[in-house]
Design a protein around this ligand. Structure first.
Ligand code: BGC
Length: 462
C-alpha cells in the first residue's frame, strides 16, 4: 500500500492559521494566549489524526450486555439524531435517554484534555428516505421550516456552546437523501413518487444546504456529506450526476463548498471494502467481467475503497476543495465466517468467476436491510489509505435497519418489504430476494440476533 498523503493535504488552511497568528503576535497586536487560541481554532486536515473517538456509553452498554460483545464494546460509533426529540433525549429504544448535550458533556470527559472526535449523524430531512419505508421520518415532504428551526438551529446552538469548542465534531449529513434524486426519479423504472416529489420541491437540496451552512459556521465542526456507496452511484449514469448534485447542495440555502470537509460512503450499508479476488479490469474467456457478470452489471467499481477514492477525485473535478477527505463506514461490511471465499472463482464464466470469488455475499448489490451473513468490518482506523480520513462505524452494529413485518411505532418508521426475508424484490434490487434476517425490530432498535451474527462473521475476525 502507498503511504498516506493526508497529512500533506490542505496545507494552506493550517499554514494560514498559524502564520496569521504568528504575524499578529509579532506585531504585538494580540497576547500570546489569544494567538495560540486563534491557531488552535483552525480546522485540521484530518480530524481523526492524533485524536481519540467518542464511545457512546448507551451503545457500549448494549454491546457489552451481549455474549461476546465485550470484545467491541469500547469501539466508537455514530450518535444518530434521528428526530427532533432525540436532541433532548427521548427515552425511545432508538435514542436512549441521552440527548446531544449529555453526549457532548460525556465527550468532554472522555477527551480528558486531549483531542477527541465526536461523530454525530444529522438525519431528519423532510420526506426522509424517499425510496424506502423503513427509515421514513417524522417530517412531511414540505416541512423544511421545521427542519431548519426545530432541528438544525437547536443542534447548532448546542454544538456552538464554548464548553464544546475543544472537541472535533464530525457531522455526517443526511444519509440516503441526495443520491435518491439522481437514481430514483423521473423515467427510471426505479423511480418512486416520493423521490420525484423531493426532487421537485427542492427540500433535500435546501435542507442539506441549510445544515451545511449552519453547522459549517462553527469552527470545530467537520461536515461530511453522505455519498451513498459503490452499489448505488458507481454506475456511469449516476457517478458524475451525483457529484454535481452534491456541489449544487453545497451552494444552496447559505452553504458554500468550504462548509464541506469531506464525504462518507457506505453508511449503514454492506458493500465490501475490497474485493480481493477480482478486479473491475479482469476478463474471463477474453470477455470483460464488468459487462458479463450479472453481479457487476456494468458498474465501474466493485468495492468501496476504489469507489471512495475515485469519487473523491470526481468531487474535486466538480469544484470541491482538493483537500476533501473520505470516510467509509465499515461497521457491517466484513463478510467473514465460513462462507468467505479463500481464492478466486473458476474461470468457467464471468458469473461463476465473480460469484464464487466475491467477498460481498449479498444476493444482490441493491439489498440493504439486515443482511444475512454479514459481519463486522475493519475496526475504526485513522487514515488507512490515500484520500481516506478514516474507517468509521457510523451505523452502530446491532441496531436494526428495519422491521421484518409491520410494527406500529411513534417514530415515523414504515414497514419496507426489503426487510422481509420472504420478499421477492422490486426494480431497485432487480427483483431478487431481500436477503434480510427474520424477526427484526423497527429500524434503530436493538437486534440481538443480528449483533451475534456480526460478531461471528467479523472480518478481520475478533
Ligand atoms: C434508523 C434510525 C437509527 C439509525 C441507527 C436508521 O436506520 O432510521 O432511527 O438511529 O438507523 O441505527
Amino acid at each position: 500500500m502507498t503511504a498516506n498523503p493526508t497529512a500533506a493535504r490542505r496545507p494552506h488552511l493550517r499554514a494560514v492559521g498559524a502564520a496569521a497568528a504568528a504575524a499578529a503576535l509579532a506585531a504585538g497586536l494580540v497576547s500570546a494566549t489569544a494567538a495560540t487560541e486563534a491557531a488552535a481554532a483552525e480546522r485540521v486536515d484530518n480530524p481523526y489524526e492524533g485524536a481519540d473517538v467518542y464511545v457512546n456509553p448507551e451503545w457500549s452498554a448494549k454491546a457489552a450486555a451481549e455474549p461476546g460483545g465485550e470484545a467491541i464494546a469500547d469501539q466508537p460509533t455514530g450518535v444518530w439524531l434521528d428526530r427532533i426529540s432525540a436532541i433532548e433525549g427521548n427515552d425511545s429504544p432508538t435514542t436512549g435517554s441521552m440527548g446531544l448535550r449529555d453526549h457532548l458533556d460525556e465527550a468532554v470527559e472522555q477527551a480528558d484534555g486531549g483531542e477527541l472526535v465526536f461523530q454525530v449523524v444529522i438525519y431528519n430531512l423532510p420526506g426522509r428516505d424517499c425510496a424506502a419505508l423503513a427509515s421514513n421520518g417524522e417530517l412531511g415532504p414540505d416541512e423544511l421550516d421545521r427542519y431548519e428551526n426545530e432541528y438544525i438551529d437547536p443542534i447548532a446552538e448546542i454544538i456552538s456552546d464554548p464548553a464544546y469548542s475543544d472537541l472535533r465534531i464530525v457531522t455526517t449529513i443526511e444519509i440516503d437523501s441526495l443520491p435518491n434524486l439522481v437514481t430514483n426519479v423521473g423515467g427510471r423504472d426505479t423511480a418512486t413518487p416520493e423521490c420525484d416529489e423531493m426532487l421537485a420541491n427542492g427540500n433535500y437540496v435546501d435542507g442539506v444546504g441549510y445544515a451545511l451552512a449552519q453547522l459549517g459556521a462553527i469552527d470545530n465542526v467537520y461536515n461530511y456529506v453522505d455519498a451513498g456507496h459503490h452499489g448505488w452511484i458507481g454506475w456511469e449514469d449516476n457517478f458524475s450526476a451525483s457529484a454535481e448534485l452534491f456541489y449544487e447542495a453545497a451552494n444552496a440555502n447559505g452553504a458554500t463548498p468550504d462548509d464541506v470537509h469531506g464525504f462518507i460512503s457506505n453508511t449503514a450499508n454492506y458493500s465490501a471494502l475490497e474485493e480481493e479476488y477480482f478486479s473491475i479490469k479482469d476478463t474471463v474467456n477474453g470477455e470483460p467481467i464488468r459487462e458479463n457478470s450479472s453481479w457487476i452489471d456494468w458498474n465501474n467499481y466493485v468495492d468501496e475503497l476504489s469507489f471512495a477514492q475515485a469519487f473523491r477525485e470526481e468531487l474535486v473535478r466538480q469544484g470541491f476543495d482538493p483537500g476533501v477527505g473520505m470516510l467509509i463506514d465499515t461497521s457491517r461490511n466484513g463478510w467473514g465466517g465460513p462462507d468467505r471465499p479463500t481464492g478466486p472463482g473458476p474461470e468457467t464464466s464471468a458469473d461463476e468467476y465473480v460469484d464464487e470469488g466475491r467477498i460481498d455475499r449479498r444476493i444482490h448489490l441493491g439489498n440493504w436491510c439486515n443482511q444475512a451473513g454479514a459481519g463486522l468490518g475493519e475496526r475504526p482506523t485513522t487514515a488507512p489509505e490515500p484520500g481516506i480520513d478514516a474507517y468509521v462505524w457510523m451505523k452502530p452494529p446491532g441496531e436494526s435497519d428495519g422491521s421484518s413485518e409491520e410494527i406500529p411505532n411513534d417514530e415515523g418508521k414504515g414497514f419496507d418489504r426489503m426487510c422481509d426475508p420472504a420478499y421477492e424484490g422490486n426494480a431497485r434490487n432487480q427483483n431478487n430476494m431481500s436477503g434480510a434476517l427474520p424477526d427484526a425490530p423497527v429500524s434503530g432498535h436493538w437486534f440481538s440476533a443480528q449483533f451475534q451474527e456480526l460478531l461471528e462473521n467479523a472480518h478481520p475476525p475478533l
